[in-house]
Design a protein around this ligand. Structure first.
Ligand SMILES: [Zn+2]
Ligand SMILES: [Zn+2]
Length: 693
């Protein structure tokens, strides 16, 4: 009896296997084509992953596919290979990667586009017919013009305009090319202002000229917008792409990649999952940046690592650039996996910003503080504004005040759904939870004792208000995640054009923006950045401070970098004074067996019941300890915020040695968790985060 032919497909689901379907008589498909299928009574568009399969289950129970989605462009085999690498490394299903790469809204858009394109083709055919039949020259010409207008939707091409490089940049470029020729990934460690971007653009132009494509990754959307102008000046055809783009835009970019021989995409991490082909180079700018890591949902990937996987699938080269490289990349350079190229000379010949650390506790004792500001910092701001220069201030907390406390009984007001303090916001005045979005009215009266509530500390909103009161004439702007995304670009642009005097914001103000008039940058309450309960806190703080310092005095004269802190003796500050202690930090990591000397996997439990989460997380930790040898299991423990949106949170950290048995152990880990989930009927509560940041 002929049971027909069977295929395997990838479904956009968290599914450990790739289910079988039957091909109806006379129907042919190839790997990568998309087919409509029914799975668990729901309709999906799946990707064909295997042909002529021999199903293990009874063939009678296997469903027919519903049909081939001939209108949707097939997925390339290299693309699927990339998904498999990501899934394998980040311990998720290949279906979850497919879902990230092709969100259903984008697929619907693809279907619409196909219809539009078919209509367009028909119109062209009709016009051609009419041209053939036209009796008068004038009529023929009219149809001809219409046809040309239809076909003329491509942009004009123009030659690249790459700036010439300094001697130091030229040397770095040659070293990069040498390392590429040896097949190495390159870490470009260039001090701020050393002109890394020009090197990127030069390399990109060469790759494009050789007929290959370039993917240029940046950590933030706002950054991609700022870079767009510079990149499109230098390169003939640049497409900007990030996850906030519409499905229509995604289609445009995907189509262009499929059609063009060579193109350049500038985007954030999600641009990795475009249907790349013919890639020659991937640039990862600010490679240390945390925004490259996707925390949720799966795949919980880091774009820096995923870029290397994509490059392997595409036979492309990878260039990682940073002024403060991640320890992971420095380690990879030390062990010879990467080649390191250094660029120590500042291109714009500006001096590095001078450092001034202000001890706020000492100043307070001497009456040297006015609200959030030390008088010393105010004097510097005054001087800067008088010179017609600009100021940027970093405060790591948005809102008016990050906490509220009763002046009588000492109670702090917490979110009813999360274990965190509510923040006070003004205009309009309300209390907001920064974790779940809960909002409530602010009465100023303690719900327990009726005492008066007082704001604790100052967030960006309060700092802007204080400063406006001191400098009523100054043009002050604020940039944090309360800023509507549409206004972000305008605020940055106005500061770049020196139409704003002072910019106050959270971490967003430290990113790679290039402001020529900015000569004073200052961190307020730096202690909130230092006081993180994590072994990476120092590394992160240093990167943030160095990045922010680099924003001032980029062109011409060196600027001033002020830090206000209660802990002026903190060792992070000695690094800023020029003592390079990377070796010491790495040594410490080695001693404690932390990454990059090991691999870390974090299990994140979420559950509405505290009793159940505590019991089951402990149970799994014990099982892991006995089933995985040679690894250390830490926890379960409660993270700093252990309840969000009515879900309790517990973590288990697993530290695995970086040896040949790594992937075997990772596999074992997934298996243990999967058996555990079945045994305790506990699916959907445990997330696996590989290389958490
Ligand atoms: Zn009270
Ligand atoms: Zn909340």
């Amino acid at each position: 009896m002929d049971n027909g032919r069977f295929i395997q497909v990838i479904l956009p689901l968290k599914l450990e296997w790739e289910p079988y379907y039957r091909l109806p008589e006379g129907m042919g498909v190839s790997v990568g084509e998309r087919v409509g299928v029914v799975f668990a009574h729901r309709h999906y568009i799946a990707v064909v992953s295997g042909l002529d399969c021999h199903p293990t289950s009874s063939p009678d129970k296997i469903l027919d596919i519903e049909g081939v989605e001939t209108g949707l462009p097939p997925i390339g085999e290299r693309e699927i290979a990339f998904w498999r690498q990501v899934a394998n490394y980040y311990l998720c299903s290949v279906g979850e990667v497919y879902k990230a790469a092709y969100p259903s809204i984008a697929i619907r858009q693809e279907e619409t586009d196909v219809r539009i394109r078919q209509q367009l083709e028909k119109r062209k055919e009709r016009l051609l017919e009419k041209i053939g039949k036209a009796k008068f020259e004038r009529t023929r010409q009219r149809y001809q013009a219409e046809l040309e207008a239809l076909e003329n939707q491509r942009r004009e091409e123009r030659p690249p305009q790459v700036k010439s490089l300094s001697e130091a940049q030229q040397r770095a470029l040659e070293s990069i090319k040498d390392a590429f020729a040896k097949g190495k990934t390159v870490l470009l460690h260039g001090v701020t202002g050393s002109g890394k971007t020009e090197i990127y653009l030069n390399l990109a132009a060469q790759v494009l000229a050789e007929g290959k494509s370039v993917l240029f990754l940046v950590p933030e959307i706002a950054l991609s917008r700022q870079l767009e102008e510079r990149v499109s000046e230098a390169l003939p055809e640049v497409m900007v792409y990030h996850s906030a783009e519409s499905a229509v835009r995604r289609r445009e970019v995907a189509d262009r990649i499929r059609e063009a021989d060579a193109c350049c995409v500038l985007g954030t991490r999600s641009a990795l999952f475009l249907p790349h082909r013919n890639l020659g180079l991937i640039i990862v700018d600010e490679e240390h940046d945390r925004s490259y890591k996707q925390d949720s949902p799966a795949p919980r990937y880091n774009a820096r690592e995923a870029a290397i996987m994509l490059a392997i699938c595409q036979n492309a080269r990878v260039l990682l650039g940073s002024a403060t490289p991640s320890l992971e990349s420095l380690y990879n350079a030390d062990t010879g996996r990467f080649a390191k190229v250094e660029l120590k000379e500042r291109f714009y010949k500006g001096e590095e910003a001078e450092l001034m650390i202000i001890d706020t506790a000492a100043e307070r004792r001497k009456n040297g503080m006015a609200g959030s500001f030390s008088l010393k910092l105010l004097a510097e701001i005054h001087k800067t504004l008088e010179q017609g220069k600009q100021v940027a201030l970093l405060r790591a907390r948005r809102s008016y005040a990050p906490a509220i406390q009763c002046s009588e009984c000492g109670k702090t007001i917490k979110c009813p759904h999360c274990n965190v303090s509510l923040s006070l916001h003004r205009n309009p005045e309300r209390l907001v939870c920064h974790y779940c979005g809960h909002t409530q009215e602010y009465s100023g009266v303690c719900p327990d004792c009726g005492g008066e509530l007082v704001p604790l500390g100052g967030g960006t909103q309060k700092i802007a208000e204080e400063l406006q009161a001191i400098y009523p004439q100054a043009r002050i702007a604020r940039l944090d995640s309360d800023t509507p995304p549409k206004e972000e670009a305008a605020i940055i642009q106005s500061f770049a054009k020196a139409e704003t005097d002072i910019l106050i914001g959270t971490q967003m103000v430290t990113k790679g923006f290039d402001f020529s008039g900015l000569s004073l940058v200052a961190v307020l309450q730096a202690d909130s950045i230092l006081a993180q309960q994590d072994f990476r806190a120092d590394e992160r703080a240093i990167q943030l401070f160095e990045q922010f310092r680099g924003r001032s005095g980029r062109r011409g004269s060196g600027g001033l970098f002020v830090i206000q802190t209660r802990e002026p003796g903190h060792h992070v500050f000695s690094r800023l004074k020029g003592e390079d202690d990377t070796a010491a930090i790495l040594e410490e990591r080695r001693t404690f067996g932390y990454p990059p000397y090991s691999r870390m996997i974090q299990l994140i439990f979420k559950d509405g019941s505290e009793k159940r989460i505590d019991y089951l997380s402990k149970e799994l930790a014990e099982q892991l300890e006995s089933s995985l040898e040679g690894v250390s299991v830490v926890g379960p423990y409660s993270p700093a915020v252990d309840r969000i949106a009515d879900q309790y949170i517990r973590h288990i950290r697993i530290i695995l040695p970086r040896d040949k048995r790594l992937s075997e152990r990772k596999e074992m880990l997934v298996k243990t968790i999967s058996i555990f989930e079945k045994e305790y009927k506990y699916p959907g509560h445990i997330a696996i985060d590989v290389d958490p940041v």
